[in-house]
Structures are given as structure tokens and as C-alpha cells.
Write a protein that binds this ligand. Structure first.
Ligand SMILES: *Cc1c(COP(=O)(O)O)cnc(C)c1O
Ligand SMILES: [Zn+2]
Length: 367
């Protein structure tokens, strides 16, 4: 059976409802046993579940058919006729309108198989809306801890699915701490997109789809980063493709942060192994405003391993980028405009093939 294993001390744990970190405080990854990734056994399913044979620990995801909402297989489109090598991956065309569905459906499939009755999550918004939808479908009660000033659109979405909103006045870190306290008190499943490694088995499918749609690996993937759930998922996915010899190089990961909250970009610049927490000075990019990312070491390693880099974006650049994208037909939430702002700043050669994700729909944060 697949186990959890600690990234610090390598201690292993049976996968069960209340386990979400090591006794030493370390983060858990998945330690595969028999169920190796089989990248040649993809199915004809028209969702992320086409790639279930590539998911580590898939023996714990057997009930996915009853909770899937058809997530994944989102369009990959040319940004513009004038820039034929630049593609956008339209991940806002997901059941709950953000890429978080890729990971959330996997996490809820795991919870269902473990017999979970209630789960607790914390989120800057989109992970919460995704988990609210899938937990409703799975018949699992769900409390979502969010900051009191999360976009009203995201709050409405969470409530519509019948999840309980716990609005906390405080930083993103205080919201997470409140959720973790409740998890300990109630002894329930912590549906954390940051701590639970199953989430990354879902976000890995981003890479598989890009590979299949392009027919090769791009030269660079631009990825916004807060906690790194898309970044690490994409990295693990492309790594799996490389190991299976389906691609012949890793795309560079160009990670994007908001200048006002950029702990990872700062650590990268100073060549530090772990990001020191910063003070979030306030940014429009609420979805990536993470001052103390728990998986900073893994994120920095991933970007370095691909010979990628970090780009930081100022507030006015985010707003301009949002208008420019809408003028091309793509209406994204404000956080997602930073991805395009990053592209404008990224010094590219004309023939580099680049993929930019459009992570969240515009209607989530209209103003
Ligand atoms: C979650 C999210 C991100 C960033 O994801 P992280 O896992 O925090 O790195 C980017 N954009 C949108 C719209 C998101 O919802
Ligand atoms: Zn440990």
C-alpha cells in the first residue's frame, strides 16, 4: 500500500483520516509501493481521470466515478495570431471555474474511500469553492476557513454548495492556524491543498494535458505561485513524462509572484533553500498572497531544477494585464491577470513555445 512519508525525517505513516503531518512537524509526501505510475495506460475518459494510471496511490481513489464533475481536458489556445508560439491553457473552464478542481476532486475521492464524514479546509477562495462542490457531491460535510475579506463571489459559491464558511479576521496564516486547531479538536479530515500530497496527483494532470495538446513539451511554462499547488503538480507531471521518455526535456518553470507578497522570489534571488516568511503588503492577487508557503523548499528546488526563474509583478501591471486579456476575449479573475503580466515581462525569444495558465474565471472577482 502507498504510505505517507515525511520530507524531513522519512518516517512513514499509514494513510488514514486524521494524519496530515509528521510527528516532527514535517510535510508528508506519497511513498508509492506496488502502484507505480503507468504512463502508457491512459484511458479514453474525457477528464483528468484519463490519467488515473499515472496517479501515485490510486488504489485509494477507487470511487472517483461517483464524484467527478468532468474536470480537466481544458482548451489550449493560441493567445493571439501575432504570437503563434504562445498558448493559454484555459483552466477557468472547470466545473468550479478554477484549476483547483484538478486537485480537489482527487482529495475528495481519497476522503470518500477513507470513509470521511466531515472535512475541514482553509483557502484563499478557489480551493474552498472546489472542495465545497466535490464534498457536496460525495455527501461529506465541509467547513471552509477563509479570510473575512475573500471575494464575495467565491464566498457565495462556497455557500451555494452547502459548505460552512468560517470567516476569520486575520492573515492567510491565521486562517490556516484556525482550521488546523479545529481539525485537532474535532479529529476530522484536513482537506488541505497544501499539506495533503494527493492534491498534487491531481494538479499533475495539467502537464499531461499540455503535453498531449502540444504533442511535445513546451520550452517554458509560466506559473503563478502562492502555495505552489499548480507549480509542483506541473513539475511532477513533466518529470513523470520525462522519466517515461514521452518528452525529451523539462520545460523551464517561470514562477510569478506579486511584488507585494513575494517570499519565494526573494529566496530565489538570494539563493536560499527555504523561503523566509514576509509580510503581505496587500495585493490584488488574493489567490497567491501567501506570506509563508509551507512547501517553499520543494518549490525553489523545482524552479532551479528546470533552470527556470522568478518574476515579480507590481499592482498596476496586474490591472493593465487584466484589461489586455479581456481585449483578447479572456475574462479572468484579477489573480490570474498576473500570469499574463508575467508573460509581458518575460524576456522571450520569438521561437520559444510558452504556455500560460488562465487559472480562475473573471466572474469570481468582478472588481
Ligand atoms: C490557487 C490559485 C493560484 C495559485 O496556486 P498556489 O497553489 O497557491 O500556488 C493562482 N491563481 C488562482 C486563480 C488560484 O486559485
Ligand atoms: Zn518527520
Amino acid at each position: 500500500m502507498t504510505k505517507y512519508s515525511c520530507v524531513n525525517c522519512n518516517k512513514t505513516y499509514v494513510i488514514q483520516v486524521t494524519r496530515w503531518k509528521c510527528d516532527c512537524g514535517g510535510l508528508l509526501n506519497l511513498l508509492p509501493s506496488q502502484s507505480k505510475q503507468e504512463n502508457d495506460r491512459w484511458t479514453s475518459d474525457r477528464s483528468i481521470w484519463r490519467y488515473v494510471s499515472s496517479m501515485v496511490g490510486r488504489e485509494n481513489l477507487k470511487g472517483w466515478q461517483s464524484i467527478t464533475l468532468g474536470e480537466g481536458q481544458t482548451p489550449l489556445l493560441k493567445l493571439d495570431e501575432a504570437e503563434p508560439n504562445t498558448f493559454v491553457k484555459v483552466d477557468f473552464m472547470m466545473p468550479t471555474l478554477s484549476f483547483k478542481d484538478r486537485g480537489a476532486v482527487v482529495l475528495v475521492a481519497l476522503a470518500k474511500q477513507l470513509g470521511v464524514k466531515k472535512m475541514i479546509a482553509d483557502s484563499s477562495g478557489n480551493a474552498g469553492t472546489a472542495l465545497a462542490a466535490y464534498s457536496a457531491r460525495a455527501g461529506i460535510d465541509c467547513d471552509v476557513y477563509v479570510s473575512a475579506d475573500t471575494s464575495p463571489g467565491k464566498m457565495a459559491q462556497i455557500e451555494a454548495h452547502g459548505a460552512n464558511i468560517k470567516a476569520i479576521k486575520g492573515t492567510r496564516e491565521e486562517v490556516a492556524a484556525a482550521a488546523q486547531l479545529a481539525v485537532a479538536e474535532e479529529q476530522v479530515f484536513y482537506a488541505s491543498h497544501v499539506y495533503n500530497p494527493y492534491f498534487f496527483e491531481g494538479t499533475k494532470t495539467y502537464a499531461f494535458e499540455v503535453y498531449e495538446q502540444l504533442g511535445k513539451a513546451p520550452d517554458a511554462v509560466l506559473i503563478p505561485v502562492g502555495n505552489g499547488t499548480l507549480l509542483l503538480g506541473a513539475y511532477y507531471g513533466f518529470k513523470a513524462l520525462l522519466e517515461a521518455k514521452l518528452i525529451n526535456h523539462m520545460p523551464k518553470i517561470i514562477a510569478i509572484q506579486a511584488e507585494k507578497c513575494a517570499p519565494l522570489a526573494k529566496a530565489f534571488e538570494k539563493q536560499e533553500l527555504i523561503a523566509k516568511s514576509v509580510v503581505n503588503e496587500g495585493t490584488f492577487a488574493e489567490g497567491i498572497a501567501i506570506a509563508a508557503p509551507a512547501r517553499s523548499k520543494q518549490i525553489l528546488e523545482a524552479v532551479r531544477d528546470t533552470k527556470g526563474t522568478f518574476i515579480t509583478i507590481a499592482e498596476d501591471e496586474i490591472l493593465v494585464a487584466r484589461k489586455m486579456l479581456a481585449a483578447k476575449g479572456f475574462y479572468v479573475e484579477i489573480t490570474s491577470a498576473i500570469n499574463y503580466a508575467g508573460y509581458i515581462k518575460y524576456a522571450t525569444t520569438k521561437d520559444e513555445v510558452i504556455v500560460i495558465p488562465l487559472c480562475g474565471a473573471g466572474i469570481k472577482s468582478p472588481t
